[in-house]
Design a protein around this ligand. Structure first.
Ligand SMILES: [Zn+2]
Length: 242
């Protein structure tokens, strides 16, 4: 499984970081988790066909995770007509579908018929290559963390959490051996992960993404901590092969 961080910023773009988007490649398949504004452009820059995405998983509806979905579906409605991703949206999906269609209609086009799905906790997706389990978090009324399994590897992506992650982190997934935890630090000190992860069964690596400048010192502190897993921060363009 290959993970590419297309965007790692924290809600607003930084000089060298764009908003959140992660590309996952397994076998011949490609998946995206969250879509910051630039996602379609980032795929093109990487030489990845925009219409080759098998599924899209949105963690929650804040714009830094979703605005790129609008431009992606716009492009796929009038240009990349072979694109046929399954699209997983938290909450009631009718509103967002109507809103995106209205936006595209301003330009004289309309939203094509895509395979939209809602998100509920539990097993969300299994295409034989990648399996995704969803877990509701308290960041918003409809926000989710995702456990992603492919090629014998297991990755936990927290999405955004509340500012009390000790009450919010999907601890049930810590009963599994995890090859990688991708955690945010825009709403709390990254060092809070030390306590949250201390009883984990087995973690290979912890990657901090979506960190804000005000919590950056805590990311550096976490990187220096003595823990039984590797800690590092994400940056735009980072590729991890598991
Ligand atoms: Zn958010």
């Amino acid at each position: 499984m290959k993970i590419t961080f297309l965007g790692t910023s924290h809600g607003v773009p930084e000089v060298d970081r764009k908003c959140t988007s992660i590309l996952i490649e397994a076998g011949e398949c490609r998946y995206i988790v969250d879509m910051g504004t630039h996602t379609a452009e980032a795929l093109t820059t990487k030489g990845i066909a925009v219409d080759s995405i098998n599924a899209i998983f949105i963690t929650h509806f804040h714009g830094d995770h979703t605005n790129g979905l609008v431009s992606y579906l716009d492009l796929c409605s009038w240009y990349y007509k072979k694109a046929d991703p399954q699209i997983f949206l938290p909450g009631n999906i009718d509103g967002p579908i109507k809103a995106i269609d209205l936006w595209i209609r301003c330009n004289g086009n309309s939203l094509r018929d895509f395979r939209f799905n809602g998100v509920e906790g539990g097993l969300l997706f299994d295409d034989g290559t990648v399996k995704v389990l969803a877990y509701p978090t308290k960041h918003t009324n409809n926000s989710y963390a995702y456990l992603i399994e492919a090629e014998g590897k297991r990755v936990l992506y927290t999405g955004d959490l509340s500012n009390t992650p000790e009450d919010d982190f999907p601890k049930q997934f810590l009963e599994f051996s995890l090859d990688l935890v991708i955690g945010e630090s825009a709403h709390f000190e990254a060092t809070k992960y030390l306590d949250i992860l201390k009883d984990a069964k087995e973690i290979n690596s912890l990657c901090i993404t979506h960190y804000s400048p005000r919590f950056f010192p805590s990311v550096e502190e976490l990187e220096k901590a003595k823990v039984p897993y590797k800690v590092f921060r994400a940056y735009d363009g980072l590729e991890i092969i598991l």
